[in-house]
Ligand binder design. Structure first.
Ligand code: E4P
Length: 218
């Protein structure tokens, strides 16, 4: 499973990139606005830090402007994946950009029917938002299971399922059980992945016993 980080904060990206666990980055207009920085500059900087795909989202809602924005974003670096919303204009933009060799992430997917359309548009990634479905009392992970199952029925579908709007490590574990290709993870959840109280307790006990033994390895 590939791990992307869901942030536009370059310091956080640098820190996670140093771990060797980072395969890519996703941003969105809200995350960029949070940084208070210039969008194009931020995307450039992220693309310099990370070799893998960096999702940068268009801001227009009509096809023509979306396509122009997409081309501009794709020109920033080879590893930019243009992010478009799951609307008719977004899917048309997706088809065009993919034909030109650009990676495209179709975002804001909330149903299996939408995910089928994203695949038909040739999307590199489809981003179903699990946390936001959970927030309204639905089971976001059911959507992932459905999309993975549908995509697996057709060898011609190359679109990868990018699980988005992740709120906890359990979303990632379940995504793995279902066979989703990518999880985009907020930095705080990235940190939670490694934590387990029994690991901390076990390590403290080993260190205390080692200290008592009086031995040294080096
Ligand atoms: C995905 O690419 C989105 O940026 C993101 O996962 C949205 O998550 P949120 O629901 O936490 O805003």
């Amino acid at each position: 499973m590939k791990f992307f980080v869901d942030t536009a904060d370059t310091e956080e990206i640098r820190e996670l990139s140093d771990t060797g666990f980072l395969d890519g980055v996703t941003t969105n207009p809200s995350l960029v606005a949070k940084t208070g920085r210039d969008f194009i500059e931020v995307v450039k900087e992220i693309c310099d830090i990370v070799d893998g795909p960096v999702s940068a989202e268009v801001a227009a809602t009509d096809f023509e402007t979306m396509l122009e924005e997409g081309k501009k974003l794709a020109g920033i670096a080879e590893n930019v994946a243009v992010k478009v919303p799951l609307t008719m204009a977004g899917l048309k933009t997706c088809s065009q950009l993919v034909k030109q060799g650009t990676q495209v992430n179709v975002t804001l997917c909330f149903s299996p029917a939408q995910a089928i359309l994203a695949a038909k548009a040739g999307a590199t990634y489809v981003s179903p938002f699990v946390g936001r479905l959970d927030d309204i009392g639905q089971d976001g992970m059911n959507l992932i299971g459905d999309i993975v199952q549908i995509y697996n029925n057709y060898t011609a579908i190359q679109t990868e399922v990018l699980v988005a709007s992740i709120r906890s490590p359990m979303h990632i574990v379940n995504a793995g059980l279902m066979g989703a290709e990518v999880c985009t993870i907020p930095p705080q959840v990235f940190k939670q992945l490694i934590s387990h109280p029994l690991t901390d307790k076990g390590l403290a006990a080993f260190m205390a016993d080692w200290e008592k033994s009086g031995q040294k390895i080096l």
